[in-house]
Design a protein around this ligand. Structure first.
Ligand SMILES: Nc1ncnc2c1ncn2[C@@H]1O[C@H](COP(=O)(O)OP(=O)(O)OP(=O)(O)O)[C@@H](O)[C@H]1O
Ligand SMILES: O=P(O)(O)OC[C@H]1O[C@H](OP(=O)(O)OP(=O)(O)O)[C@H](O)[C@@H]1O
Ligand SMILES: O=C(O)c1cccnc1
Length: 484
């Protein structure tokens, strides 16, 4: 759980390839890989990049122990002892560039770029994608939920249904980045400083002889910000009246019941009725929490129906990204060293979406100086300075080049930040609060049509003329080689 020691958290084929390169004498040749995803999850208009802190921890601690090496020797008889000695001395000495956590990101743009020896760039693929894919997926799901909740309070309740402990804890962090207000998971709270919140379970009520007794005992022990779960027997006939009685007892002691929680039945009807009963009892300050398999779609409907819910507890659907449980991010080779010189490389596919964009690339966000809003993301080769110098920029769709427009009076924001340089960490990991604020600033940079939950406008991600021509040229070269 949250292990720092993850050298073997890689696919066996990575070590096999590294071994074969070593036998071939090519393991120290240079390579450049880029990580990206091809399709946005949940039909959303953007994704929220997350996972960098975990990646930094992983790379900083990447060492093979005696135990790891003994295990590798046992797994593969072919591995020569000298190879295992090479692994013993392994440290990541390459460069890594990445988006910042909380950045909005889009399909087919480089989110992380790794440059270094074949050995080090290949080794890190599995873990890096594992962290990026999961955390970006959950941050994106959480961002959708936040768009619907708007100013309501969001509590992350997913731990018990998450795909194991790391997913619960890092998932809680991803949700917080995208605007959740608290988590029920204390380890996530302790590890990352996320505020923690909790109500109580049905078992608390069931264990006593009466609901009223259960509420009073709980109120006595934990009178501040108390939340009472009111649906164990009958929400409106029993739970809410008992909660009101408990609130009055608290008032007599100068204290206030914080909230009641609804966890079953028709949440619109029950919240409206409970609100009325609380108000009529002179308890307008008591908030209503709702939970029960909620997601952004149910929440949207509940709000449209006029539900009187102030606080939303969201678990399973968020933490498992239930409607799309994988992001599908990939890590592709874009440059290789040949005869001492770096050259672009391409992966051809019968499926045009899967043809890679060759060459090491930078990602610039083109932002209008007039509106302060993002116009497009622009992928160019590192030596290209047209966009960076603010010159008139021709944008065209890489798949349908006739879709074009020119922009001027813009700022080109460089999205890929240097994180490791020659193996040294050169990036100050921001505090979680800063990441959360950064995510909000990012959202403010986009017009609402890209942010809406249903059928959002597609944000432009364009290749520079030069990057596009390189791709076309390499496709044609490969095709003519195939024909020969
Ligand atoms: N007014 C509503 N409109 C749309 N969906 C709702 C509404 N009220 C509740 N839901 C959602 O419907 C789903 C199922 O609720 P349902 O009432 O069938 O089960 P339940 O309340 O868990 O049943 P039980 O009473 O046995 O616990 C949940 O995801 C819940 O959030
Ligand atoms: O529905 P989710 O979005 O996943 O939110 C978490 C759920 O977990 C709890 O139920 P559970 O039945 O596990 O425990 P309980 O006995 O305390 O209700 C809680 O009451 C929520 O319904
Ligand atoms: O505190 C709660 O109400 C809670 C915590 C975890 C899961 N369900 C509810």
């Amino acid at each position: 759980m949250l292990s720092e020691h993850l050298a073997l958290h890689t696919d066996k084929y990575q070590i096999n390839m590294i071994y074969a390169h070593w036998i071939n004498g090519s393991h120290n040749r240079k390579a450049v890989f880029e990580a990206y995803f091809r399709k946005l999850p949940f039909g959303n208009g953007y994704a929220v990049f997350a996972g960098l802190e975990r990646i930094v921890q992983y790379i900083s601690n990447l060492r093979f122990t005696d135990k790891d090496l003994a295990y590798l020797a046992q797994q593969e008889e072919n591995y020569k002892p000298e190879f295992l000695e090479l692994l013993r001395d392994f440290r990541f000495r390459g460069n890594l560039f990445s988006l910042q956590e909380g950045d909005l990101c889009f399909p087919n743009e480089p989110l992380i770029r790794v440059e270094g020896s074949i050995m080090e760039t290949q080794l890190v693929e599995t873990a890096l994608l594992n962290f990026m894919n999961f955390q970006t997926l959950i941050a994106t799901k959480a961002s959708r939920i936040k768009r619907v909740a708007e100013k309501d309070v969001l509590l992350e309740f997913g731990s018990r249904r998450a795909q194991e402990a790391d997913a619960a804890v890092w998932g809680a962090r991803a949700a917080y980045i995208s605007g959740f207000d608290a988590t029920s998971n204390l380890l996530a709270g302790e590890t990352f400083g996320i505020p923690t919140k909790g109500t109580h379970a049905h078992s608390w009520v069931q264990i006593f002889d009466s609901e009223q007794e259960a509420f009073e005992i709980y109120a006595k022990a934990l009178p501040d910000y108390l939340s009472l779960l009111v649906d164990t027997f009958d929400t409106l006939e029993s739970g809410v009246p008992h909660a009101i009685r408990t609130a009055k007892l608290l008032e007599a002691e100068g204290k206030r019941l914080g909230s009641i929680r609804l966890d079953s039945g028709d949440l619109t009807y029950l919240s409206i009725q409970a609100r009325r009963m609380l108000d009529e009892a002179g308890l307008p300050y008591v908030k209503i929490v709702a939970s029960n398999d909620l997601d952004e779609n149910t929440m949207f409907n509940l709000k449209a129906q006029g539900a009187r819910i102030d606080v939303w507890g969201v678990g399973t659907q968020l933490i498992t990204a239930a409607d799309q449980p994988a992001l599908g991010g990939v890590y592709k080779l874009v440059e290789r060293e040949r005869n001492g010189v770096m050259e672009p490389t391409i992966k051809i596919s019968g499926n045009p979406e899967k043809v890679t964009s060759p060459g090491k690339k930078d990602l610039l966000r083109i932002v209008s100086k007039e509106s302060g809003k993002a116009i497009a993301d622009y992928i160019c080769l590192p030596h290209e300075d047209q966009a960076r110098s603010g010159g008139k920029l021709r944008l065209f769709d890489p798949v349908h080049p006739y879709l074009k427009k020119s922009v001027k009076d813009y700022e080109a924001i460089s999205m890929l930040q240097p994180v490791f340089a020659g193996g040294e960490l050169v990036y100050d990991l921001p505090q979680l609060e800063e990441i959360r604020n950064h995510h909000q600033d990012q959202l403010n940079m986009f017009w609402p049509e890209y942010l809406r939950k249903l059928n959002p406008e597609i944000y432009r991600v364009n290749l520079s003329q030069e990057a596009w021509e390189l791709k076309q040229r390499m496709i044609e070269e490969h095709m003519s080689q195939l024909e020969e």
